[in-house]
Design a protein around this ligand. Sequence first.
Ligand code: PGA
Length: 241
Amino acid sequence: MNPLIIGNWKCNPCDSKKTEKLFSEIKKGLPKKLKAKLVICPPFIYLKDLTGRGLEIGAQDCFFQDGPFTGQISVSMLKSLGCKYVIVGHSEKRAAGEKDKIINLKLKSCLEKRLVPILCIGETLKQRKSNQTSKILRRQLEKDLKGIVKKDIESIVIAYEPVWAIGTGKACDPEIAKVVKMMIKKYLRELYKTDKVKIIYGGSVDAKNALEYAEAGMEGYIIGGMSLKPKEFIAILNNFC
Ligand code: PGA
């Protein structure tokens, strides 16, 4: 199965000119025979400029309702721009106070409007060191997926993003990622009797380690830092030709 590769630009680049340069360098360098589904997730303000230009574009977040919600961007708005994917529950949003209840509403809104939500879950270093990883991930899944029915679960992508591996250059050992993937699969089998949910990995992915995650059974990636460096990003993509 072709991997799903998400380029998460986070709060970068700082202006339209730099955004245009990054986008066109990635587009120009794309391997001709790329056997992966590539999605670029720029900040909201660049979405309109980048959709419809040959690369799949997604959002880094969303809001679950239209109306009197100052500062929010709703799923309907993202849909109207042509976005098909939305990152939901990224640890950087969770660290800024986003709660599972809100993540759950965002997931439901994406599903209702037929956008693919990429649900991020992951443990902190402290939680890993105190052997709480599986408890934490299970709890996140329970709360985030509450009320989501079987017919919708296969439309969600789950990203295992250990918080300690994000932006640190200390990628998670692929064998650990594999164990976590099996744990998530087991949970989904128990709850939904399905094996079809895509599980991807994020956290310090680079051109050297990317293939190791594919070999460990991860079905794609969220790539932050390296998606801002066209050469490095293309080198990652070149693994999938
Ligand atoms: P990173 O970020 O690749 O810079 O570790 C990944 C992410 O936060 O999704």
